[in-house]
Design a protein around this ligand. Sequence first.
Ligand SMILES: Cc1cc2nc3c(=O)[nH]c(=O)nc-3n(C[C@H](O)[C@H](O)[C@H](O)COP(=O)(O)OP(=O)(O)OC[C@H]3O[C@@H](n4cnc5c(N)ncnc54)[C@H](O)[C@@H]3O)c2cc1C
Ligand code: FES
Ligand code: FES
Length: 1380
Amino acid sequence: MDSQTTMPTHNGPTSTLVFFVNGRKLEDPDVDPEVTLLTYLRQKLQLCGTKLGCGEGGCGACTVMLSRYDQAQGKVIHYSVNACLAPVASMHGLAVTTVEGIGSTKTRLHAVQERIARAHGSQCGFCTPGIVMSMYTLLRNNPKPSMADVDEYFTGNLCRCTGYRPILEGFRSFTTDAATGGSCGRRDCCRMRAKECDIKDVNGPSLSSENGPVNGVMNMNGEVNGDAKDVNGITDDISHVLYDTKDFQPYDASQEIIFPPELKTRPEWQSQGLVFRGPRVSYYRPPSLSKLLSLKAESPEARILVGNTEIGIEVKFKNQTYPVLINPTNVTELTEVTLTKDGVTFGASVTLSAVEDTLREQVNTQPEYRTRIFTAILEMLHWFGGKQIRNVAAIGGNIMTSSPISDLNPLLAAARARLTVHSAEFGEREIVMDQQFFTGYRQNSLRPQEVLVRIHIPYSHQNEYFLGYKQSRRRDDDIAIVNAGMRVRFRPQTTAVARLDLCFGGMGPTTLLAASTMKELEGRSWDSSLLETGTSLLLQDLQLSASAPGGMVEYRRTLAISFFFKFYLSIRGRLSEQLPSLVAPLAEEEQTATQGHRYVIPRSTQLFQTVPPGQRAGDPIGRPLTHASAFKQATGEAVYVDDMPRFRNELYAAMVLSSRAHARILAIDASDARTLEGVERIFFAEDLPADRNKTGCIQLDEEVFVSDTVTCVGQVVGLVVARDQATAQRAAKLVRIEYEDVKPLIVTIQDAIREESWWGPWTIHQGDVEEGFKSSPHILEGEMHVGGQEHFYLETNAHLAVPRCEDGGMDIFSSTQNPTLTQQLVARALGVPCNMVTCRVKRLGGGFGGKETRNNSVSVPICVAASILNRPVRIMLDRDEDMLITGTRHPFLGRWKIGFTEEGIFTAMKMEFYANAGCSANQSIDVVQKAMLSMDNVYRCKNRCVTGYACKTNLPSNTAFRGFGGPQGMMFTEDMVSRVADFLGMGHDELRKKNLIDSGDVTHFDQPMERCTIGRCWDEVIVQAAYCARKEAVERFNKGNRYRKRGIYLLPTKFGIAFSVQFLNQAGALVHVYTDGSVLLTHGGTEMGQGLHTKMIQVASRVLKIPASTIHISETSTDKVPNTTSTAASFSSDLNGMAVLNACTKIMNRLEPYIASNPKGQWKDWITAAYFDRVSLSATGFHKTPHITGYDFETNEGCPFLYFSYGAAVTEVELDCLTGDHSVLRTDIVMDVGDSLNPALDIGQVEGGFTQGLGLFTLEELRFSPEGSLLTRGPGAYKIPGFQDIPREFNVSLLRGAPNPRAIFSSKAIGEPPLFLASSVYFAIKQAVASARAERRLDPVFRLDSPATAERIRLACGDALVQLTTAGAPDTSKPWSITV
Ligand SMILES: Cc1cc2nc3c(=O)[nH]c(=O)nc-3n(C[C@H](O)[C@H](O)[C@H](O)COP(=O)(O)OP(=O)(O)OC[C@H]3O[C@@H](n4cnc5c(N)ncnc54)[C@H](O)[C@@H]3O)c2cc1C
Ligand code: FES
Ligand code: FES
């Protein structure tokens, strides 16, 4: 039988899937086409290194490399893909390489794995395997890439912990840019000295290990590599080297695993016809066009599947089922690329990466004028999805989806691309992509049985210009808010328009051609009157109602005309070159309007204090030890909850969630769900006694399962338990709930204020505020809203409940930050004492506060189910569920009033904070109080009053998030301070410096400031950032540029450390020393990437005087250390460190006699002697924090904080005033961490915290419907910072000579304090906007809510184009989304 032309029929046998994974051949005769490669790897092959972060191609955690042998080219092609979207059925004839396949800690690490770990680029490690595989794929394709290549390969990977800098630095060593970046490389680098230098000096080569050995870098064996002294000719006590690149094993591309030879010799595997039949879906891979057409004729509803990047999302998130899928990748007509005399023809299944390659080749070889369309498409493709998406997604899939925000369709329609379509019934026909092609939302003019075969993109002509535009929330891997393709053809040697094509995406239900504008402008001369007419015509062509899906209506309309303005200027610039006698060149200040985003190679420095000269060589405290799990994380060996092997009788759970925000449950119908095969049982409130159904973290104001009235969308009404995840999730969707809405519906803070729906208020008073105002020469009042923030830890909530058969107890393996609370709430729901429940935590894939309490709405129900069924039950939330259920950082509204003197001295402050707490109290009261305690930030003022309200609304309960209300409280203060400066016309720095606190001052809650270092941080960052010179440079830049503006901003922060509730300030530890000398350490904190376990090992290593490698931490468990405090408040190193110190000191005290009697002996000798002498080698440790009493909000008395952490940052940004797009050019930070326990981990926290703050204040925007339903439920809609968003130059310095006597080994807390420094980005943006406004003579004092998104920035610029779109009577129709 000729396998090239035949294929199994509808009723014939199913094919056997043949592919290779990590060199091993797999043959599977029973493949379900619905199963993704990720599920197959993780569940069938137990290769759990590849992670599930989102399931929608938006995070890159699941990245693997695919390789195929290209017969035509005679070479192996490697490409990275998202395993979460790739159907395993599409792997036939391919080789899959996963993170396990390239290296291991047990054999040999791959250089990529080693370098990301050693460079401190892995914190929680959940993103690490995906990032490793993206880099690995790049190196397989190009062993010596540039940093720009690295950037391109990482467009589809996210990390929530590191801030990306260490990943880029580690991988820089592979690149041709290895010598750039880092500090200037001079022996007397200015950053090592306290002297301001010229900014130009910092753009030199980096300080690499080539400059000499590093300063005291230590590995886990306690060996110091290099001299801890002055080896680089730098000052004695400063180091800039967090790892030694000399330790990197050389990368040898020739040592890579070989491509399975069989795949080269069996070409039929790639070309043969296939059919895989599953219970619900059949998957065909026809070998020819005729077979494809006959399949399509038989099943017109069949879907053509190439990249699955649309279909995969529709099936997973939009409940679509497609019983017949046809993969056309073997059909020559759909995969070939043909060059013709008037353009390039692409088969519809050609991937976007292949399109890029072809177009690039064309651009490089053809005359410039012929490839203007191609250049525009290439630029657009750079911002299209991530690399993994472009590697699999097809050009035809983008056209056929016909999404109104497709990136290619506006360009292809403006270029009038020609489509060839084919069907068995109607034969072949050609369609031009124009307005008739798009017939409705995601619809086009193809008949159901027709297949798109090829797309022809024409060359451009001499007098023709073509440009593309796209604006999205985030530059990398984001769909467009608005995009456009614009083409103009001129009559030869004139400026008269012969033809104009203006095509827009994001401006309606389809891709739109601006028909009347195009028609009217034809024949007109390309001058300012054309611009004016065109702009007003466009606004008529592109109408959007206030309720248009996607929202941002004014912004979208402004963007459309701003793109046209940019197009107009760009073409005028081109015409002035072509026809200088007819068209004057663009003015210099106009030129930047035509520029797009420029890639800049990232650079950075990290400075920290070396250990003191006398410190023991093996003592790891103060040295940049690698994260204890980094290597395991980089190889995929690190085990997270869902990586744990399955129990034989294990079941899987899925949540039944409420879909109304405030409604009574009238009836629940689970009959369809119950009858689904594989469903074990469905649990509702009736399965628990009413009292045991009550739950909650501080107040018992929640229910395990809602019994009567739902109070938000996403509340747990029931739990389906089934044999596997797919069945459980399918059944959960079949449960029907009948509701009756209940009034009032409270969604926003304003709703809550109107209804007086809140917990509180609480007030802090200092001095006499009213008197203060009376004597104030000036008073200003204002208001600001700071939006919430999704935690977006890469690992969603995952829990495994295992009932103990013997005693009715329960072990729960959980991704919680707070094992004790989980233990308590599970015990409560099960009606058993706490000693029957053990909560065990190995590690978390990130937490950031989001897994402190909200995990219990997931972990408690599954324990109830496991207990009743007496079988293990597992759950890992899908990303959309996690985002919906678990709450966010609190949105806040701040109202302020300030009195001040002419000289800028603050005389009185009055503030009101309203937090949107959601539907239960959770930790909201403490969050509001922390905001109130942070309202002083770093300023003194004698008369202050702050009042806080935790607004009770019908949103999911909001919760802790890094900073815990502090950033919001400080933001309002800084907003107020900046507006005072603007009012007085005074420098913002001058005003701040005048009011800066110092030792001896008291806070507004009467805590005296001791050892205050804010003045030092402030002064040092000014020097480090070359701030004064750069401020002047920014002013010069702004004077010379009308449409691009820069801002530079200096911002200080202070953060109070300790739990403000006294009893939480305690910790325990347990140390076992075994007779071989090895040490097992346990303490109360959880490891979620912050490096807590590593620091605790360092503490134990110092006290026990043994190498860190001798000490192991296995997990955190409530049966080892009881009654633990949540790993939160940045306080875990302080608390647990002291407990570890206490336990280890006990051991050392017991060993003392044996050391004394054998001083020359070794650790093992002393242990052996003590053991034979029957001395206990196990000790518990305990610590309760002295000095703090907690704070009483009733009496305004008490001391809430043990000490304060300080820092200051300078950030410079550049704005595109026509789009609202911004780039962070540079950030410098000086952070006081006391004597750092581990500079690598602490700098990692500074960079990671700053980057999270950058997301909070500029990028991340939660959108809710007016009915209270979260609309942003995945990485597609919610954008956390990506690799491209961090400062292009990022310099972090830890303050030297600032020991803190109040914490372990003079260190300071670090997790939360740096986050607020990212507001320097917000204020730099605001300053740049102010500069744009000043030019237009608009009020310099203006409101800009946070986050400063592209939308807010563009509208705040307030120019004539904005005024055009905001003019007229307001449209009062219901908006698509609202601010909560
Ligand atoms: C994380 C992520 C990021 C994304 N980013 C972007 C972005 O930045 N810009 C953007 O525009 N899009 C983006 N997309 C959408 C998507 O990637 C593109 O639309 C892509 O081009 C679809 O191609 P595919 O091969 O994956 O389509 P598939 O999912 O395989 O198919 C899509 C649809 O096209 C139909 N189809 C495919 N080929 C044919 C054919 N030959 N004849 C008839 N019908 C056909 C299918 O039946 C199906 O309905 C993104 C998607 C994801 C998941
Ligand atoms: S899990 Fe696949 S991209 Fe997120
Ligand atoms: S280390 Fe990247 S997400 Fe945690």
